[in-house]
Ligand binder design. Sequence first.
Ligand code: PLP
Length: 283
Amino acid sequence: RIAYVNGQYLPHRDASVHIEDRGYQFADGVYEVVTIVGSRMIDEEGHLDRLWRSLGELRIDAPMKREPLKMVMREVIRQNGIRDGIIYLQVTRGVAPRDHPFPDDIPTSLVMTAKRLSMEKAAKKAQEGVSVITVPDIRWTRRDIKSVSLLPNVLAKQEAKENGAYEAFQVDEDGMVTEGSSTNAWIVSKEGKIVTRPTSNSILAGITRASLIRELEKNGIELELRSFSVEELLSAREVFITSSTSYVLPVVKVDDQVIGNGHPGLISLKLRKIYEKFMSADA
Ligand code: PLP
């Protein structure tokens, strides 16, 4: 495997950053994960728009202009020989002696890795559905920034894993679901409406979420953009999640509550199909 680190393509095992990188010391950085299908990036522009927005919100300089960055991403995919998988891209404020305020005039750090993912395994998981647990949302109030500060997400996912679940839905102080630790949360309500939370500082504006919403609109499928409570989640007809690595993934159990008949819902599976079609057109 090959990694890109600040201008160099290096064997993955030899790739490293300085101990005083602010990403390491302060989680002072942002990232993106982009799906690769047929060696091409899905929603490349959406991910780059969000990257630039995250950088802007934190006043971190872009490591390079957009076009050269795209070329580096393509080169990382090519050098790793990835057909289907993901590319990970991280930008931090850079390396400087540890001190909280922004350092003056240092170059930002840019790191990229890529890895293969099995489409077959993903398809099998979608056919079976996954389970999720609910946990309190203990994150900061700028969840719209795709920051590498992921400790609450790590703790939530670990709790899911220890409970034999795939994902943890985080719940705000009002008892409303925000999102998964690395996914957006959706339900098909008792009334049969597809529901997902509107974007705000409370959730990450998922690129998969945005593309699915666009595909729903194209297909004339109705959508309710509103928050939903844990209570509504537990009594939903269907539940599913979206993310760059999960696509559209049906959920068949939440905490101890079986959703529907315990098998992926028809609407969830249909939306996965619609999303897969979009991916093959975008790739
Ligand atoms: N929400 C959170 C907290 C995430 O970390 C992610 C992705 O990693 C998502 C949602 C889904 O976003 P996307 O569809 O852009 O992968």
